[in-house]
Design a protein around this ligand. Structure first.
Ligand code: FMN
Length: 344
């Protein structure tokens, strides 16, 4: 796919997820078939640039490009500065977050709350696009701020007019948070009204759903978030299905085991073992979710606080699954639809 001046392997994007889409996860998803992975959002508050968290979020060493960094904030000048700062540190695409309903973000009128103020949206987009003339700017939005105010088309037109190069839309309003089901009619309408690429997002959890959303919306690509948690190979599965019409078999338990272990090694290396062990817990929970005995396993695994013990407990869990003939195919709780949990 051609996307904002880059050639991507396909049109499948990893959704930005704070606390999840760190460098190890983005790199893994890219290896397993994602065309692009957007970073966790980086604050536009320059006072925090030096913090360990922000520095880690802006670390892309060794990650396959193009590197897309998401920035969040509400002040045009600060966002412009953040765009420049990240572009100077390796961001090849700057993505602006107007899609996140998190209280922490919305209370300061950033994230999806910005969609209420169309004039401010225009000022932000115009200022940021001008600040980084060499770097394409993309935008992530929701369908509106509540169901009575679905202004995605208006925002999309403003974005196109300001020189934003692509738009990702999550098919829920801000008021919906993560409740109900994502709808794709609004995304289809936006696609028909603007000429920059639109990436459809929300509740895409299987190859069949991916094909449906692409067909229904006419979007140029798909963005997948929660369904990739503990299942980063979903990109390979969707890529294969879209190009052949056939489903790949679910990965064998041994491959899930190996993928989980390699991912954890990367997490320990990236964060250091003390923080790494803590970050790893949620990923382990996702990899093991739905398998027989997984909740008892998580109970026993959670208190472990060194990588060797954590690794040994994972080995034991997966080896037992292999011995008892448990596989993702015969484990109905691991069906794709049941894996899409609301955000915390
Ligand atoms: C844990 C978590 C963190 C998220 N953080 C961000 C974020 O930093 N920026 C953003 O634009 N969206 C964020 N989102 C929203 C996702 O990018 C995506 O729009 C949403 O999860 C819907 O897609 P899905 O149904 O495929 O998960 C987050 C979602 C989750 C679950």
């Amino acid at each position: 796919m051609q996307y904002v001046g880059f050639t991507l392997r396909n049109n499948l994007f990893v959704a930005p997820m704070a606390g999840v889409t760190d460098r190890p996860f983005r790199t893994l998803c890219k290896h397993l078939g994602a065309g692009l992975a957007v970073s966790e959002m980086v604050t536009s508050n320059s006072l925090l640039y030096g913090s360990a968290k922000t520095r880690r979020r802006a670390d892309h060493a060794g990650e396959p490009g193009p590197i897309s960094v998401q920035i969040a904030g509400a002040d045009p000048t600060m966002l412009a500065e953040a765009a420049r700062y990240n572009a100077e540190r390796g961001a090849q695409i700057i993505d602006i977050n107007m899609g996140c309903p998190a209280k922490k973000i919305c209370n300061v009128m950033a994230g999806s709350a910005l969609m209420q103020d169309e004039a401010l949206v225009a000022r932000i987009l115009d200022t940021v696009v001008r600040a980084v003339p060499e770097t394409p700017v993309t935008l992530k939005i929701r369908t509106g701020w509540n169901r009575a105010n679905k202004n995605a088309v208006t925002i999309a037109r403003i974005a196109e007019g300001c020189g934003v190069r692509a738009l990702a839309i999550h098919g829920r309003t801000r008021a919906d948070q993560y409740m109900g089901e994502a709808e794709y009619d609004t995304i289809a309408e936006v696609v028909s009204r603007i000429s920059i690429p639109v990436i459809a997002n929300g509740d895409i959890h299987s190859p069949e759903k991916a094909r449906y959303v692409l067909g229904h919306t006419g979007a140029a690509g798909l963005m997948i978030g929660r369904a990739a948690q503990g299942r980063p190979w979903i990109f390979r599965e969707i890529e294969h299905f879209l190009s052949t019409g056939e489903r790949l078999p679910a990965p064998p338990v041994s491959e899930i085991h190996q993928t989980c272990r390699a991912h954890l090694a990367d997490i320990y290396a990236f964060y250091g073992t003390e923080t790494g062990v803590k970050i790893a817990r949620k990923h382990i929970a996702w990899y093991t979710r739905g398998f027989a005995g997984s909740s008892a396993f998580r109970h026993a695994m959670n208190p472990l606080d060194d990588p060797d013990a954590q690794g040994a407990s994972i080995d034991e869990f997966f080896n037992r699954l292999v011995e008892t003939g448990n596989s993702p195919d015969n484990c109905k709780n691991r069906a794709a639809e049941t894996l899409l949990e609301p955000a915390a």
